[in-house]
Write a protein that binds this ligand. Structure first.
Ligand code: GTP
Ligand code: MG
Length: 329
């Protein structure tokens, strides 16, 4: 059950490999496309500052670079850090775009570094993943993507439709489950989500499933009763399997920018999250937001979402992420 790197892709229903040009190249083009908006700023806009013969690194250029960096939502501190490094290395010299881009890429990757923590898999029995976050962050879609990811790695998946608040939420997850070939455990609308979580893990044990992923309704940290409900879900899961939930993934919407981060910090602590799934990176030029997220949370960014389709998710790796941002088309 290898859960590292880019995964061992299986063939899809049509018998075609989804990444015919090779896994790594497929990863770059898919993620690169998904990150197009951020890439346009970091790669294209910075290139546009230079002429073929190069440009003198002076205050004007440094300020122009800073102005572009800041638009990615990386924060003023990190943008200054990158600017200072460029100044230190190149001030007073005529340089070419590639020198500067290499510099930015390296500095950015180092700002995003984190422990490479894969999904913590249970030693035996199903690995239980609870997925939490505010309304509309992309929880249910991310569960579809995670399901695809786990299945692609040879794992069987059972889903728990723990958002019993809205009938449409269960319907949405049921459609994904059918499409992806995963079993789903549901409850009546308005029923106790902890009971759905309990039954989902029960089913996972009976079916000898590798992974059980549980959806939850969107909530805010200020909604005390709903936060208590999450606690109850955790407790119930722990009764069934001692170490469960093995992962509590906090889904964050990248388009919410820095505001979203400060809100989510309290949430993450209250729900004892173990990792972040950063969604909607395709919809924003603010891909630099990974930097303040890394600063604010003592949690690794485990996955990123770059679209609405099940394949639009990848493990977050700072170097691969930066390579994709700076890759030439
Ligand atoms: N472009 C883009 N859209 C996404 C991504 N992830 C989710 N979405 C869209 O965001 C919207 C909300 O996604 P859901 O998965 O329903 O969000 P949720 O957190 O489950 O929402 P609630 O259950 O209502 O709290 C949907 O239209 C998704 O298609 C992503 O990575 N990129
Ligand atoms: Mg949902």
């Amino acid at each position: 059950m290898a859960l590292f790197g880019f995964g061992k892709k299986k063939e899809n229903e049509e018998g075609k490999s989804p990444e015919p040009a090779g896994e790594k190249q497929g990863f770059f083009s898919r993620i690169g496309q998904g990150l197009a908006k951020t890439r346009r700023l970091l790669n294209t806009d910075i290139r546009d500052l230079f002429k073929a013969e190069g440009r003198l690194v002076d205050e004007e250029l440094l300020d122009e670079i800073f102005a572009i960096l800041i638009q990615t939502d990386m924060g003023a501190g990190p943008a200054n850090q990158i600017k200072d490094r460029i100044a230190r290395d190149f001030r007073g010299r005529v340089v070419h775009t590639e020198d500067i881009l290499k510099n930015i890429r390296e500095e950015l990757a180092s700002l995003m570094q984190q422990d490479q923590q894969p999904i913590k898999m249970a030693a035996e029995g199903p690995t239980v993943v609870l997925v939490v976050g505010v309304n509309g962050a992309g929880k249910t879609t991310s569960i579809a993507k995670l399901t695809r990811w786990f299945i692609d790695q040879g794992n069987s998946v059972i889903l728990g439709a723990g958002d019993t608040f809205r009938a449409a939420a269960t319907e949405q997850l049921t459609i994904w489950a059918e499409r992806l070939g995963a079993k789903i455990v549901k409850g009546e609308q308005g029923s106790d989500p902890a009971s759905v979580a309990f039954r989902a893990v029960d089913e996972g044990i009976k079916e000898n499933a590798d992974v059980v992923i549980i959806d939850t309704a969107g909530r805010l940290q200020t909604q005390k009763n709903l936060m208590t409900e999450l606690d109850k879900m955790r407790r119930v899961l722990g009764k069934k399997i001692e170490a469960a939930p093995h992962e509590v993934l906090l889904v964050l919407d990248a388009t919410a920018g820095q505001n979203g981060i400060s809100q989510a910090k309290g949430f993450s602590e209250a729900a004892q999250c173990t990792g972040i799934v950063l969604t909607k990176l395709d919809g924003t030029a603010k891909g630099g937001v990974v930097v303040p997220i890394r600063k604010a949370f003592e949690l690794p960014v485990k996955f990123i979402g770059v679209g609405e389709k099940p394949e639009d998710l990848t493990r977050f790796d700072p170097d691969a992420f930066c390579d994709a941002l700076f890759a030439e088309n």
